[in-house]
Design a protein around this ligand. Structure first.
Ligand code: SF4
Ligand code: SF4
Length: 469
């Protein structure tokens, strides 16, 4: 087999030859296919997962009403802390995975990798294996070529369209929006989103492919600095592969592994299968490269070759650099400290998010004292302070709230006694406290108590100040 996937990535004016990777069977290919199936299943079915909540949908980002329904949880802008916590957890996991396993996220979980993989499955299904695809690319245009290339692009577009439509279903009632989209009755924003996402998915997974990882992905750019000699990455065992006299293709005189070893030739037979299966065109035998996304396909490829030569697996393998060559102890100490730091951030962010989630209340109530003027003397001599009360109903349904002032004489509080607020809405109103001068000078504070009708045992008490001058 010849090295056919060559890409000059560091040259200033690079010449790009399209990569047409070979198929390969093996453990990492199976893991990738399993993850692809699970990810697609989750992505395409999640909007349809019913849930016993107000919207009947397990996941719904209700932008119009400023709330997210996540299983039984309803998050409002006031619950920003929970979303921030989740983002910090995700970032910490990404950092830890990069420090421990290199670009494993890129190779197995990234949307770009998954969708490109799916597009390549379609390509292979219609056009055949890599050799057949290359022959087709080089062949002059004919009815057969038009049919094969045309049906490939038609299926790519169909998958891109399904991806885009599914994305919009996370933002509305899935069944209603889907019917509206196909009936031409959806909002213009839905059609714009579907058009833009269809086009970007088609271009990113069908044409840009690994160039997105090299050029556009910020994670790919900085994850290299998180790696160290303890990071598990895909490694070529150069000592075993090259020995004293380097690689050598099997010949009549080098038939058995024993003869090869006795003559100082390495276990690598220079078949280039590892390069030909690589989706990014990397030759891992040249050492770690920024283009390697740790997908493990070259490991599978080389293990297949080793099987055919009756040699042990692992000439290319997932391993730590420190297991191949010595690293100094200062670097090892720094590595441990760095990982402990990432772990500490992860634990702290999980604890923070847990606390923020468990303290989410079904409503918020805020009272602000009006200070212009702070005190007003009324015609009967009493002294009045004014306040604004804002209640936000964060529960799943309409709620009625009882409002009381504690620590004040009867009749001194004037404002809402009770208010009914629809789900997700926020109502505000002024109230005032007027006290005769003698009582006003001895009153410094009181409590506003807001009690939801459906949860009489969970009132919110807001201590407020009262000023006589
Ligand atoms: S697949 Fe293995 S034997 Fe073949 S070139 Fe790559 S490292 Fe060498
Ligand atoms: S070098 Fe190997 S692990 Fe890295 S991207 Fe290519 S096939 Fe995947």
């Amino acid at each position: 087999m010849q090295a056919e996937a060559v890409i000059a990535r560091s040259a200033p004016a690079r010449k790009v030859i399209p990569i047409v990777p070979y198929s390969v069977k093996g453990r990492y290919r199976n893991i990738k296919s399993l993850i692809l199936n699970i990810a697609f299943g989750v992505y395409f079915l999640l909007p349809w997962l019913p849930w016993q909540n107000e919207v009947g949908q397990a996941l719904l980002f209700d932008i119009g009403n400023s709330r997210f329904h996540i299983l039984g949880l309803v998050l409002y802008p006031q619950d920003l802390m929970v979303l921030m916590g989740v983002m910090v957890i995700a970032a910490s996991l990404l950092f830890i995975s990069a420090a421990m396993f290199g670009r494993i996220f890129c190779g197995f979980f990234c949307f770009q990798t998954l969708w490109t993989d799916a597009f390549r499955f379609i390509e292979k299904w219609i056009q055949g294996e890599a050799q057949a695809r290359k022959r087709l690319q080089q062949a002059p245009w004919s009815a057969r070529k038009i049919a094969l290339i045309g049906s490939t692009h038609a299926l790519w577009l169909l998958l891109s369209f399904a991806t885009a439509v599914t994305f919009t279903l996370y933002f509305a009632d899935a069944g209603t929006l889907l019917a509206q989209i196909f009936a031409g009755k959806a909002a213009i924003a839905a059609y714009v989103t579907v058009s833009v996402l269809t086009a970007t998915t088609y271009v990113a997974a069908g044409f840009a492919r690994e160039d997105v990882c090299f050029v556009a992905c910020p994670y790919g750019k900085f994850q290299g600095v998180m790696q160290d000699p303890s990071t598990v990455t895909v490694i070529y065992d150069e000592a075993r592969g090259e020995r004293e006299h380097g690689r050598q293709a099997p010949t009549a005189k080098l038939k058995t592994p024993e003869i090869r070893q006795s003559q100082g030739f390495g276990d690598c037979i220079d078949c280039n299968y590892c390069v030909n299966v690589c989706p990014t065109g990397v030759d891992i035998r040249k050492g770690f490269q920024i283009g390697c996304i740790s997908c493990g396909l070259c490991v599978d490829a080389c293990n297949n070759i080793m099987d055919s030569l009756k040699l042990p697996h692992g000439l290319i393998r997932f391993d730590r650099d420190e297991n191949i060559q010595e690293t100094d102890t200062r670097m090892q100490r720094w590595t441990k400290a760095k990982r402990a730091g990432y772990l500490a951030v992860l634990v702290a962010s999980i604890a923070f998010t847990w606390h923020a989630t468990s303290t989410i209340t079904p409503f918020t109530a805020i009272v602000q004292q009006q200070r212009q003027p702070l005190v007003t003397q009324l015609a009967d001599g009493s002294l009045r302070n004014r306040y604004e009360l804002r209640i936000t109903n964060k529960s799943g349904g309409t709620e009625t709230y009882r409002i009381e002032a504690q620590g004040l004489p009867e009749g001194s509080f004037k404002g809402w006694k009770q208010i009914t607020i629809p789900a997700g809405k926020s109502y505000a109103s002024d109230f005032s406290v007027s006290l005769p001068p003698a009582l006003a000078t001895s009153t410094n504070s009181f409590i506003v108590r807001v009690t939801p009708q459906t949860q009489p045992d969970a009132p919110m008490e807001l201590p407020m100040s009262y000023f006589a001058k």
